[in-house]
Design a protein around this ligand. Structure first.
Ligand code: GTB
Length: 218
């Protein structure tokens, strides 16, 4: 039986890879696991049926048999732990890869999301533009620290892992801010060149193309 994930029926980004089901699709493609997708219309996000699977009324979710998961970090970790290919065998290297997954969602993603929120939802507030430089500076500090840690390595710690997958998925959300960090731009480009990334992106884009006009969220 294949797992089922949920995704936007009509993504606001029109299929540019920004909706967070992308990271789950990519992980499933990397490990060669086929999956089903249940598309959730925006008006159903906060309804009890969806909240019973995702308490915050968000996508994506992951269902496999009786198991229902939410939070992309947890979903990608589960996929990586139940298949070969996204986590190293050695316990120490595996723990380090998982550390980078946490760094992605708990250290890099919060300032990235803050910038997105400022762009999408705060620009029409009287204080929106004034807040932006501080938000951007916090993100740049984190990006600079990560750029220094990555250096000229191909991937963050040995072969490509779920750590890289989650890190890249955060970086793509703030692509315009990566320009001062050429090694981060090259890292994202390398990741996008992976066949599994391309398959996941194409699958997500096909849904958006079929949906037509993207959902307006601002
Ligand atoms: N921490 C959760 C996880 O990692 O699973 C975050 C999930 C999340 O934020 N999901 C978003 C959502 O469901 C969709 S991806 N939001 C509805 C809500 O919170 O009420 C976020 C997203 C989608 C599309 C764009 N875009 O178009 O640019 C940007 C961000």
């Amino acid at each position: 039986m294949k797992p089922t994930i949920t995704a936007f029926a009509n993504s606001p980004d029109g299929g540019q890879g920004l909706a967070r089901d992308m990271r789950v699709r990519w992980a499933l493609e990397e490990v060669g696991q086929e999956y089903e997708v249940r598309l959730v219309p925006w008006e159903d996000f906060k309804k009890p049926a969806h909240r019973s699977k995702q308490p915050f009324g968000q996508i994506p979710t992951f269902e496999h048999g009786n198991l229902v998961l939410f939070e992309t970090g947890a979903i990608v970790l589960h996929i990586a732990q139940t298949h070969q290919g996204l986590l190293p065998e050695s316990p120490d290297a595996r723990a380090r890869a998982i550390t980078w997954m946490f760094a992605a969602v708990s250290t890099l993603e919060p300032p990235a999301t803050d910038l997105e929120v400022n762009e999408y939802f705060e620009q029409n507030e009287p204080w929106g533009a004034a807040r932006r430089p501080a938000v951007q500076k916090r993100l740049w500090t984190r990006l600079g620290d990560f750029a220094a840690a990555l250096g000229q390595k191909e991937w963050i710690d040995g072969p490509f892992s779920a750590g890289d997958l989650m890190l890249v998925e955060v970086l793509v959300r703030v692509e315009a801010e990566l320009k001062p960090f050429p090694n981060l731009v090259a890292y994202v480009d390398r990741a996008r060149d992976r066949p599994a990334f391309k398959r996941a992106f194409a699958a997500q884009k096909a849904v958006a193309d079929a949906a037509g006009e993207p959902l307006k969220i601002r």
